[in-house]
Design a protein around this ligand. Structure first.
Ligand code: GAR
Length: 223
């Protein structure tokens, strides 16, 4: 059987990219990362990919004032690698409906909050402005609405007294680095699917996201 192909889109430091690279190297994810593509030439994650001899490309957002033209250029680059899965790993651009339907049911994103809470930007800062004692991250399929596609897995972390945006971000990122490779592994193994707006894991509908908490996976009772 030919090896499955994953293309990863980034905009920044790429610590999630690194976690996925490591999971591939350790055999947790049985696929090849065939390309890492950034919308910014200065994304540090590009160097992480180059160190591993993974193809990289920059589709510079400044060269494409129109969203559709940008997304068409991005699609053209991604399609060179014929991926089974497109992974957004800190890719800080909104994708058009055209892009999303092109890779229908095969785009995963990670978002630094317990969705549906705190969609959008500056999630850690916004959580600290509330009295919430729990925060986290979510891996979800991407649909046409921002940060609203069906959630596969979430990790919870406590919000601690004295937390700053940085300490909270660090605690959430550590968990992102565990749950993102896990969800990608499930997808690549064919265990994770999406049917309309429902997520299926091992052919059973996930009524609630899988929860990763205190180093354990919990499945909702209906699963
Ligand atoms: C991660 O925290 C990810 O959840 C977030 O960007 C960070 C990227 O870090 N993504 C979003 O906010 C998407 N809306 P990384 O470049 O070190 O992986």
């Amino acid at each position: 059987m030919t090896q499955k192909s994953i293309v990863i889109l980034i905009s920044g430091s790429g610590t999630n990219l690194q976690a996925i690279i490591d999971a591939v190297k350790q055999g947790q994810i049985n696929a090849g990362i065939t390309a890492v593509i950034s919308n910014r030439a200065d994304a540090r994650g590009l160097q992480r990919a180059q160190r591993e001899h993974i193809n990289t490309a920059v589709i510079d957002q400044n060269a494409y004032p129109e969203r559709i033209a940008y997304d068409e250029a991005l699609i053209a680059e991604i399609d060179k690698y014929n991926p089974d899965l497109v992974v957004l790993a800190g890719f800080m651009r909104i994708l058009s409906g055209k892009f999303i339907s092109h890779y229908r049911n095969a785009i995963l994103n990670i978002h630094p909050s317990l969705l549906p809470e705190f969609k959008g930007l500056h999630t850690h800062r916004r959580v600290l402005e509330t009295s919430n004692q729990v925060h986290g991250a979510s891996v979800h399929f991407v649909n046409n609405e921002l940060d609203s596609g069906p959630v596969v897995i979430q990790a919870q972390v406590p919000v601690l007294p004295g937390d700053t945006e940085e300490t909270l971000r660090g605690r959430v990122l550590q968990q992102e680095h565990i749950i993102y490779p896990m969800a990608i592994e499930w997808f690549i193994e064919g265990r994770l699917q999406i049917n309309d707006n429902e997520v299926l894991l091992d052919n059973k509908v996930l009524h609630r996201p899988v929860l990763w908490k205190e180093n354990q996976l919990t499945f909702s009772q209906q699963h």
